[in-house]
Design a protein around this ligand. Structure first.
Ligand SMILES: Cc1cc2nc3c(=O)[nH]c(=O)nc-3n(C[C@H](O)[C@H](O)[C@H](O)COP(=O)(O)O)c2cc1C
Length: 171
């Protein structure tokens, strides 16, 4: 009889999948909610869909469940402090964006992080329960992006990283 991998083995394996870093935001009754997330994925072109996986026990889960509109900011590497802060469990909810430069999405009312390569405003399209997370699919309502020139914030093997290599040559 074989047993499945342990949580430690699983975590070690998936930590080898390099990702970008986003901050997902929404506003509920005038209060800003925000969460660092690397589960963001582009899903569909017709309609335009993205997804983010949200831990069901998180404070942010209650927030995104309470509003149809939310936003995703794809972070530049200059936003590493904001990424760390918005992943800190137990930080105060009120004022959590006071030191994080942001603007406000016209459609969603959600905060859009200024140090971002791109931002997307979304409307929840579907929510699927998946173990201890919910997979939240969003229809993309607006997109905006900064001028090329900044580098993305990356996450690999439990560390924030920046791009060091140039594009790989063909062949
Ligand atoms: C690099 C990184 C990526 C993360 N990605 C996710 C994610 O995709 N989904 C999620 O639910 N939590 C993710 N987290 C954890 C949340 O950022 C963290 O639980 C945060 O405190 C949630 O906000 P809340 O406390 O207001 O609910 C991630 C944390 C880190 C450090």
């Amino acid at each position: 009889m074989t047993t499945g991998p342990s949580e430690r083995e699983y975590r070690e394996a998936v930590s080898r999948f390099a990702t970008g870093i986003t901050v997902v935001t929404c506003q509920v009754q005038g209060v800003d909610h925000a969460m660092t997330a690397n589960s963001f994925t582009s899903v569909s072109l017709d309609p335009l869909l993205v997804l983010v996986c949200v831990e069901r026990e998180s404070r942010f889960h209650d927030a995104i469940s309470a509003t149809p509109h939310w936003a995703v900011s794809i972070l530049e590497n200059s936003a590493v402090d904001a990424a760390r802060w918005l992943a800190t469990k137990g930080r105060p909810l009120h004022g959590q964006l006071d030191d994080v430069p942001h603007s406000r999405g016209e459609v969603s009312g959600a905060a859009l992080i200024s140090d971002a390569l791109a931002t997307l405003e979304c409307r929840t399209y579907a929510t699927h329960r998946a173990g201890d997370h919910d997979v939240v699919l969003g229809e993309v309502l607006t997109v905006s992006g900064s001028e090329p020139g900044s580098d993305p914030l990356l996450y690999y093997r439990r560390r924030y990283r920046t791009i060091e290599d140039d594009e790989m040559s063909a062949g």
